[in-house]
Design a protein around this ligand. Sequence first.
Ligand code: PAF
Length: 288
Amino acid sequence: MAQAQTIPDRIRVISSNEEMSRACREAVKPIGLVPTMGALHAGHLSLVEQARADNLTVVVSIFVNPAQFGDQVDLANYPRDMAGDLDLLRRHGVDLVYAPTVEEVYPPGFNTWVDVGPLAEKLEGIHRPGHFRGVATVVSKLFNVTRPNRAYFGQKDGQQTVVIQKLVKDLDMDVELVVMPTIREPDGLALSSRNVQLSPDQREAAPVLHRALCQAYEQWRDGERRGDTLRETARKVLQSEPRVDSIDYVSVADMTTLGEVERVEDRVMVSVAVQMGSVRLIDNIVLE
Ligand code: PAF
């Protein structure tokens, strides 16, 4: 059943697929979609602002997608703030918010999954098996319901942007992907909804990810091209911070295949993932 709720100005919050499809069919084109899991921060808002500048209708989806979480505790603890999110989106001139329930997205009997192959098995895929199957499936569904002309993603989730580019290409989806730069705190920490889960002590240590990436970047800028040397440099910086409990990976990988490179010739992504207590942090920079 259609459940639409109107809050001041012009934003419409819709939870049913049918109603959302209709609203998007009737909306003035082009449509820009910003897919999110809520708990919005300035990184999301930069995507919304770009979508507002590029399109006549801006749609934001808010859905904490259970299919991309392996760990049920992680899913339960994922930050949620629907009232705060709607307030921010209203103030940023968003037209439509799609906020479906889990049952609306995955009704009983749901059984079709989108698997993007080897790209999804590297880096994050090793540590979060099934994660990108969940992401690719929900993004496909969001695209099908809202039919956007453009969709906006943050470089912060670097592998996700590569996976979604592959998804769009392989399945001939008629949507332009726009990848926006990572937004950082003044001390370099990449904005993430998960940052609120850091203790004050962990928060103080967390910019080490950015420092590690910057050191690799500076070495590359000074002429170093060996992948191993750049990986080693970033790893040493991470290891120098005792509040990093474990390092999941330090990668210097080709931007298209995500294969580790021996030498940096084309565009590569340097990415890191660490565990700090119960919080997992990721970050990346592109060498180009
Ligand atoms: O980046 C995210 O917030 C999520 O992975 C996405 C793209 C909204 C899919 O659930």
